[in-house]
Write a protein that binds this ligand. Structure first.
Ligand code: NDP
Ligand code: MG
Length: 376
């Protein structure tokens, strides 16, 4: 019986994890589930999987039906015996509980890529010190993780992340300023939360994933690449120094990497469509165009600097800008502008202390909000 907790249980990743756990009832004991605002949904899914604790992390709610506030979540993590936590909140907010779990030596199934972007070095060190594993949930990183198992990484030549290219792969670039929220939320291959769906449209999602890969697999920018693969069948590729390539394939369904991460090293039998190679007419691969996807260029430039104050600024500015786009405060093509200007002249340093990281994130958010008020 694996004792599991889920941060962000009401979201897209969290809900799919709940379905898997319901199916595999005999293998999981749910110690806690969290939501941020959706109290009713939290209570409903809590009953479904017989969760021991329910926590609503937003401080705005006052209810005695469940525990409330981040401190209550940290207490549960501290006091309960837990084998693995699925970290699936959206954004920087996932960092503190993920860090505290690693500090206690709890394995993490990591969906919350933003925490790895902002604090990759610290999370890696904390995991190592406390003998905890970080197993990726992101489909690309799960693919790389699976391809690297049993291989000596000193022979690794390249990690090639695949990207769908999002909904605007063929849209004329001069019309990007007119992209509506509805259009940006209409992803061709994956159904996901709102923030990551916009990130996929700007391709900042792939930028964040490159930084996530930099820390998960401990590789420099020269070993990281991106290829657009619109069919989303190959989830990523690793290349070795003898010219050999390994790739992981499957239908685009997040249940595959979620179940892999929470059950590792075992696997779950999933009732989802299989690949039909006779129906797969062709797999295509396209070079990403930085004019179309400036966010990807910005992330690749940040990787060359490789200081985490820059990663923190990039992530914070992106969160602020995407939120403003979703509220129709800024235009789609203004998202990369805000990010680039936030990074410009931002302190360049490696911050390893958790409190310093939180301060740096706040500073970057303030800067991007100020920049935004100048353009609107
Ligand atoms: P959703 O927006 O669907 O869900 C987010 C979850 O986090 C919800 O449970 C939400 O609670 C909770 N939450 C929201 N704000 C906060 C906050 N400030 N503090 C704590 N919890 C909060 O997101 P996704 O499931 O799509 O994504 C979650 C993470 O997984 C992201 O980091 C994303 O990049 C990553 N990921 C997602 C993929 C996908 O297919 N969706 C694929 C790969 C990675 P409530 O419902 O109450 O608002
Ligand atoms: Mg991904």
């Amino acid at each position: 019986m694996r004792k599991i907790g889920i941060i962000g249980a009401t979201g897209s990743i969290g809900s799919q994890a709940i379905d898997i756990i319901e199916q595999e009832k005999d293998d999981f004991q749910v110690i806690f589930l969290t939501a941020h605002n959706q109290l009713d949904k939290l209570i409903k899914i809590g009953k479904k999987v017989n969760a021991k604790h329910l926590v609503l992390t937003s401080e705005r709610h006052h209810t005695d039906k469940v525990l409330t506030g981040i401190d209550e979540l940290l207490k549960v993590i501290e006091n309960e015996e837990i084998d693995i936590i699925l970290s699936a909140a959206v954004g920087f907010s996932g960092l503190i509980p993920t860090y505290c779990a690693l500090k206690k030596g709890i394995d993490i199934a990591l969906a919350n890529k933003e925490s790895m972007v902002a604090a990759g070095r610290l999370l890696n060190e904390t995991a190592k010190k406390n003998d905890a594993k970080i197993i990726p949930v992101d489909s690309e990183h799960s693919a790389v993780y699976q391809c690297l198992l049993g291989h000596d990484t000193s022979y690794l030549e390249k990690i090639i992340l695949t990207a769908s290219g999002g909904p605007f792969r063929n849209r004329p670039i001069d019309s990007f300023e007119f992209i509506s929220v509805e259009e940006a939320l209409n992803h061709p291959n994956w159904s996901m939360g709102r923030k990551i769906t916009v990130d996929s449209a700007t391709m900042m999602n792939k930028g964040l994933e490159l930084i996530e890969a930099r820390f998960l697999f401990n590789v420099g920018h020269d070993k990281l690449d991106v290829v657009i693969h619109p069919e989303s069948i190959i989830h990523s590729i690793v290349a070795f120094c003898d010219g050999s390539y390994l790739a992981q394939m499957g239908v685009p369904d997040m249940k595959i990497p979620i179940s892999y991460a929470i059950s590792y090293p075992e696997r779950v039998k999933l009732d989802i469509p299989r690949l039909n190679f006779f129906e797969l007419k062709k797999l295509t691969f396209i070079k990403p165009d930085f004019e179309r996807y400036p966010c990807l260029r910005i992330a690749m430039e940040a990787l060359k600097i490789d200081k985490n104050s820059i990663y923190i600024a990039l992530n914070a500015a992106n969160e602020v800008a995407v939120d403003a786009f979703l509220k129709e405060v800024i235009k789609f093509n203004e998202i990369p502008m805000i990010i680039e200007r936030t990074i410009e002249d931002f302190p360049v340093e490696d911050v390893m202390d958790i409190e310093e990281i939180v301060k740096m994130d706040k500073l970057a958010r303030e800067k991007s909000r100020k920049l935004m008020s100048n353009i609107i």
